[in-house]
Design a protein around this ligand. Structure first.
Ligand SMILES: Cc1cc2nc3c(=O)[nH]c(=O)nc-3n(C[C@H](O)[C@H](O)[C@H](O)COP(=O)(O)OP(=O)(O)OC[C@H]3O[C@@H](n4cnc5c(N)ncnc54)[C@H](O)[C@@H]3O)c2cc1C
Length: 405
């Protein structure tokens, strides 16, 4: 299938990758419409990519070994044990991941978007209207343009998805992720080659090193827990949102800091509590599934299509794989029906499987946490095995292999 005019709504990880896919697939004219101004704010957060998934995406031409990264080989789960500095290890597991900062991953994808793609910053799409053989996209200034196909890469609050499946919204999982990055990344155990998961009743906190983009490292962490006063917070959190630095409710911050002080081993409590307030923020956690990845001439990729709770460590992988699969469907199909039908058939089930696995992990790691204090390695292994649906290999943790599509 060659030619055609394509709008990509959203120019983040999924959007840049989808523009690249459309270009390689043979689209004639591609416009990326990104709401954010000139440069997407460098979200200084960590993204961990499973090494095997990285290799597949490198072979597919979406990522490169040159992007700054920090290697991770093991994940150590620890619980507070009185005043013992590092707490007690309840379990360890292989963790073959590559740690990136969101900014370096995005910059590489943005660099790969070919020059003849029109990447429009500050372009807010307000409406998407399909017709029999195209889609009209409206911008907030009133401007409108018709395209042969629109790709929704506009994240969990997607306007493209709303046009495809009105009311199919991300639903609040009932808990939040409190995220932070701190310059305090020196002298970590095992030279920083381990990811650490600090567990406590009602949640856990994942901590690992990421590159700072200047040859050094930052400490990246995300703590998952159900906020107190759920009733009063929930009305706000049910509408997909995130609270950026500086807008964090003071009472909520005080609660989270207290939780860390009371429940973390002293070494990790100090590291988390020293994080500057300006680099912490809250992301409510959501689940999202759609009936299909395509509808008429509209297509979804990345978080616009499905959102799996982050315990699975595979959202960016899925976004890049969606684009890769779209490129392959494009190259193989003779008309739009074939291209879009084959893409949907390949990716819909993967998205649903990731959401399901992530729900199980969220239930086990946040909603119904076990008695961590009673766990040793054998109990930990059994607990982990259960979350992975009784399978330790190919459960989809870290993202499914592209060979699964
Ligand atoms: C706490 C947390 C931890 C995570 N950790 C990991 C991890 O370790 N590994 C991993 O692989 N994944 C992780 N993820 C998931 C990962 O961040 C996402 O799945 C991935 O970045 C895909 O993003 P996206 O490009 O689809 O959406 P987004 O990054 O949300 O991008 C959507 C883009 O669309 C734009 N946009 C939205 N609406 C409009 C509009 N109307 N008009 C124009 N533009 C619009 C936005 O400005 C934005 O740039 C994590 C997620 C969370 C919440």
């Amino acid at each position: 299938m060659r030619g055609g005019s394509i709008a990509v709504v959203g120019g983040s990880i999924a959007g840049c990758a989808a523009a690249l896919a459309a270009s390689r697939g043979g689209a004639e004219r591609i416009t990326v419409l990104e709401r954010a101004d000139a440069r997407l704010r460098d979200r200084g957060v960590g993204i961990a990519l499973h090494s095997d998934r990285f290799d597949e995406l490198r072979d597919g031409g979406y990522v490169t070994p040159e992007m700054p990264w920090a290697p991770l080989s093991r994940r150590v789960w620890s619980a507070r044990d009185g005043d013992t500095e590092h707490g007690r290890v309840i379990g360890e597991q292989p963790f073959p991941f590559r740690a990136y900062s969101w900014g370096s991953l995005w910059s590489e994808l943005r660099r790969r978007v070919p020059e003849d793609v029109f990447y429009r910053s500050g372009a807010v799409v307000t409406d998407v209207e399909p017709d029999a053989d195209g889609v009209t996209v409206r911008l907030d200034g009133g401007e409108k343009e018709r395209f042969d196909v629109v790709i929704g890469a506009d994240g969990y609050r997607s306007v493209v998805r709303e046009a495809m499946f009105p009311g199919a919204e991300a639903t609040y999982a009932g808990y939040i992720g409190w995220r932070g990055t701190s310059p305090d990344a020196a002298d970590l155990p095992s030279d920083g080659h381990e990811a650490h998961n600090i567990v406590f009743p009602g949640g856990h906190c994942m901590i690992y090193r990421i590159p700072d983009g200047a040859g050094g490292h930052l400490l990246n962490w995300v703590l998952y827990t159900t906020p107190p006063w759920a009733e009063s917070l929930e009305a706000g959190l049910r509408t997909p949102t995130s609270l950026p630095p500086g807008r964090l409710d003071a009472e909520l911050t005080a609660y989270l800091r207290g939780l860390v002080a009371d429940n973390f081993p002293p070494y990790w409590a100090a590291r988390v509590l020293r994080t500057p307030a300006a680099t912490t923020f809250i992301q409510p956690i959501y689940d999202l599934e759609v009936p299909r990845y395509t509808q008429g001439r509209m297509v979804l990729v990345g978080d616009a299509a499905s959102v799996a709770r982050p315990h699975i460590g595979g959202g960016s992988v899925k976004a890049l794989q969606d684009a890769h699969a779209l490129e392959q469907a494009w190259a193989a199909g003779d008309d739009w029906e074939e291209v879009l039908g084959s893409y949907d058939a390949g990716r819909r089930a993967i998205g649903a499987a990731m959401v399901a696995l992530a729900r199980r992990m969220g239930a086990a790691q946040v909603e119904n946490t076990p008695d961590w204090s009673a766990m040793g390695q054998p109990e930990f292994d059994e607990w982990w095995h259960d979350q992975n649906n009784g399978s330790d290999r190919r459960s989809g943790f870290g993202g499914h292999s592209v060979k699964a599509t």
